[in-house]
Design a protein around this ligand. Structure first.
Ligand code: PLP
Length: 419
């Protein structure tokens, strides 16, 4: 039916009241703080991991909003680069991808509550299964709709999280072999210590996995997709590369652990965390800065205030323990990181409101001698400083890159570069 709306008399439709989506420039005008994600780096990493995995299919793991990088944009870039599978942790993460028009197989890593099965099937997600009642419910759905539900069976070979443990192998394999409403398309396991070179538990897990596969085969379960490797498995353990590799952290160019350096393996970080100087002041020697007065100026000089804080995912533990790029050089983050703001010591170089501040990543090319030091200082004269790595923050706060990336809060706009 056509609508004969008279704009002079009819109230505006709800859609007309919704604010239009904001442009990057408009977002930046409100607060010049953002996460930039280089989709060319994502594509490079997917191709590179696929090449290292020597012909295995690549499953790009985009759970937790693409490890903080923006799940939909990363999923599209990964698909473009040849990832035949995507993986998520939650049904709603899979739904988000489907709503954005992303098709192709999406693996759900763990069983959701049984109440979520209807939504899981409606979104055409491929569930990982291991519990008897969950498999029974899927079987009933598959039989009722006259089309078996494709599932991936997970066996626990030493991760100790989810999956069928050895005493239950026979019962679960038999259940799956006699459930016409489900079709076992894959069998998987997850490695607990692949990111620790020199630890032999990965070989033990793979040996257990091979025994599980042999046992499953005795029940007629010989699916086409066997998978075990995460990023560290791909990089360090050739025997873990089976039909499919499930790579997360490597897709983002970040290191799985302090011992496994992503850059040394040819991966490129995709993320920059960028802001601008919002306020600058010259302080006298001894001037205390921020809550608790945990830092005092060592000499007379300039302190810049940057509009980003722990509510954005900058760990408060980075207080006095990190550096940023400002004016073409590394400068220390000083004083307690607050909820929305932090401080940078610029010493003799006068920072200008609006100067770019890079908290993670590198300066854009050519920015080595950026506006700071406008008062005649030689800021940047030494050439481009090293990029600030997520790995540095992880080391300084005694955690892993995964936690840093996924803690970048939803308050930060994600800007995707590279098409
Ligand atoms: C079951 C499973 N497979 C694969 C991955 C990807 O691991 P990584 O990010 O180390 O590549 C994860 C991540 O946590 C996972 O839970």
């Amino acid at each position: 039916m056509s609508s004969l709306r008279d704009p002079r008399h009819d109230p505006p439709a709800a859609s007309q009241l919704d604010p239009p989506p904001m442009s990057d420039a408009a977002v930046r005008a409100l607060r010049p703080t953002r996460v930039e994600v280089d989709l060319d780096a994502i594509r490079h990493n997917v191709r590179h991991l696929g090449a290292v995995a020597e012909g295995a299919e690549v499953c790009a793991v985009v759970k937790a909003d693409g490890y903080g990088h923006g799940a939909v944009a990363v999923a599209r870039a990964a698909r473009e680069a040849g990832a035949s599978w995507l993986a998520v942790a939650l049904v709603e993460e899979g739904q988000q991808l489907r709503e954005a028009g992303i098709d192709g197989p999406i693996l759900l890593f763990s069983e959701p509550p049984i109440a979520a099965v209807g939504e899981l099937l409606a979104a055409e997600l491929t569930p990982t299964v291991y519990r008897e009642p969950f498999i029974a419910v899927l079987d009933a759905h598959g039989q009722a709709r006259g089309r078996a539900v494709a599932v991936h069976l997970k066996v626990d070979t030493g991760m100790g999280r989810v999956g069928v443990t050895e005493p239950d192998w026979d019962a679960r394999f038999e259940q799956l072999a006699t459930s016409p409403g489900v079709e076992v398309e894959g069998i998987s396991t997850h490695l607990a210590r692949a990111d620790e070179p020199g630890v032999d538990t990965t070989a033990q897990q793979l040996a257990t996995f091979d025994r599980a596969l042999a046992a499953a085969a005795r029940y007629g379960l010989r699916p086409p997709l066997i998978h075990a490797a995460n990023t560290a498995g791909v990089l360090l353990h050739p025997a873990s590369r089976r039909d499919l590799v499930r790579t997360g952290i490597g897709v983002y160019g970040l290191s799985p652990s302090a011992e496994v350096d992503a850059s040394a393996h040819g991966l490129q970080p995709a993320l920059r965390l960028v802001s601008e100087v919002a306020f600058a002041k010259r302080v006298a020697v001894g001037t205390p800065i921020s809550y608790g007065h945990r830092w005092r100026a060592p000499e007379e000089g300039w302190v810049a205030t940057i509009p980003i804080g722990y509510a954005d995912g900058v760990p408060r533990r980075l207080t006095n323990r990190a550096q940023v790029l400002l004016g073409g050089r590394r400068r220390p983050l000083v004083g307690t990181v607050t909820m929305d703001q932090l401080h940078v010591w610029c010493a003799a170089d006068e920072p200008m409101v609006g100067d770019e501040v890079v908290l993670l990543g590198g300066s854009p090319s050519g920015a080595a001698g950026s506006p700071s030091g406008a008062a005649g200082s030689p800021a940047g004269a030494a050439g481009s400083p090293d990029p600030i790595r997520v790995e540095e923050w992880a080391a300084a706060t005694d955690t892993i890159t995964y936690e840093i990336a996924t803690s970048l809060s939803a308050r930060l706009p994600r800007v995707h570069l590279g098409g």
